[in-house]
Design a protein around this ligand. Structure first.
Ligand code: FAD
Length: 387
């Protein structure tokens, strides 16, 4: 293998380049990125960047030392076996890493709507979050909650409109109800169970015909994998690029990583597509090993975090079908959590609110799959590792 092309210069893309060199690949590497920027981290965009604490989140990676041919502002338009078609012509490859991430969903309507995916989005939005500005945030998910936090800190009047009955419903289900109080405490008008019909000039039109006036509308209703350029390539696509547990796609010498990859999880016995930083960080090492002929398996316990309304919220695992055990009382404690356990008392997921040790210890317990004493689990004074 002489030439590896990495498409997508986000975290998963740049980590793939690093992994190629770390695995001893001495050939040519080309990294293509649609954006005009060097690879940067996205989690701070809705946190320290929006809060005005930093302007740059460039990943600490020496592209010169990695001897990578990094081509910014180049878009992959199509793929056929052995060739990537780009806005700058065709590029032949021996090995290909697909790391094109995901793109935010926008809603109907001709009014201006902001999304938050890129550093340019973040800087543009930050300039609009000024004292007294009326901000409407669509979606009380991770991004919506973090944008709301920053907007309130900047002194904006914020209305959050959410279709589900609780915030964070897609990720946490009914447990998200325990974060409703955070919105009230922050002085936010949170409208649950409310659908937006369209984004119009001057604000939102709701499904019942009423209006929410806004100077700034931010849409945070989720993302879709950025795989449109792969249509017609013969590559199997199903909610992203389909891969096996080695991150190998249906085409030879092609692997996929990060937000765009729907990988087979040996641990959970089903396909997962995880849109979180830890996956973009960890998957490239396995994908590159696969590309270079090793049989590594990608089998993590998924992990993510969010910082909202002054709380550190962390989650590891997958709670599908698990029995819920509370650790602490969200109504009275600022430090609380939730464990999900299987029918035979093994931990399957953990949510830790301002309890970082629970996250670290819980993730290890999930990895080991050992049986627990559920009564002790319900006592927040007992360390998870002692349950
Ligand atoms: P991306 O970061 O999306 O990078 C893909 C790159 O590929 C992009 O630069 C894109 O422009 C480029 N590209 C796309 N199509 C093409 C093409 N055809 N040709 C060339 N280039 C292309 N996760 C957490 O765990 N915790 C958090 O607190 C958290 N906060 C976040 C806050 C924000 C505002 C955002 C946007 C994300 C956050 N995430 C968080 C998620 C995390 O950042 C993503 O999971 C991670 O960035 C995925 O990395 P990636 O490299 O797979 O994709």
């Amino acid at each position: 293998m002489n030439h590896v092309v990495v498409v997508g210069a986000g975290l998963a893309g740049v980590r793939s380049v690093e992994a190629l060199r770390a695995h001893g690949f001495g050939g040519t590497i080309t990294l293509l990125g649609e954006e005009a920027h060097r690879p940067y981290d996205r989690p701070p965009l809705s946190k320290s960047v929006l809060l005005g604490e930093t302007d740059s989140t460039v990943v600490d990676s020496d592209l010169d030392a990695l001897e990578v041919d990094f081509r910014a502002s180049v878009v992959a338009k199509g793929l056929r076996e052995g060739v990537v078609e780009t806005t700058e012509g065709e590029l032949a490859y021996d090995g290909l890493v697909i790391a094109t991430g995901s793109r935010p969903i926008r809603l109907r309507g001709d009014g201006p709507q902001h999304v938050l995916r890129t550093i340019d989005d973040a800087l543009e939005l930050r300039a609009l979050l000024t004292g007294g500005a009326k901000v409407a945030v669509i979606g009380a998910g991770w991004i919506g909650a973090e944008v709301t936090t920053a907007a309130r800190k900047a002194g904006c009047e914020v209305t959050v409109v959410e279709t589900a009955d609780v915030p964070l419903s897609a990720a946490l289900g009914p447990v998200g109800a325990h974060t409703v109080a955070w919105y009230g405490q922050a002085g936010v008008d949170l409208r649950l169970g409310t659908a937006v019909a369209s984004v119009d000039q001057g604000g939102l039109t709701l499904a019942d015909g009423s209006l929410v006036e806004a100077d700034v509308v931010v849409t945070g209703v989720g993302v879709r994998p950025a795989v449109e350029w792969l249509a017609g390539s013969g590559l199997e696509l199903d909610n992203g690029v389909v891969t096996d547990e080695h991150l190998r796609t249906s085409l030879p010498n092609v692997v996929a990583v990060g937000d765009c990859a729907a990988w087979w999880s040996r641990r959970y016995g089903r396909r997962l597509r995880v849109e979180h930083w830890d996956t973009a960080l960890g998957a490239p090492d396995v994908a590159v090993a696969t590309l270079l002929g090793d049989e590594a398996v990608y089998d993590p316990v998924p992990y993510f975090w969010s910082e909202q309304f002054g709380h550190m919220v962390q989650y590891a695992g997958d709670h599908d079908g698990g029995r819920l055990v509370m650790r602490g009382d969200p109504a009275t404690d600022t430090r609380w959590g939730v464990c999900w356990v299987t029918g035979d008392d093994r931990l399957t997921a953990v949510l830790a609110v301002n309890r970082p040790r629970d996250l670290v210890q819980g993730r290890r317990l999930i990895e080991r799959g050992q049986r627990l004493d559920v009564d002790r689990l319900a006592d927040p004074a007992v360390a998870l590792r002692d349950c």
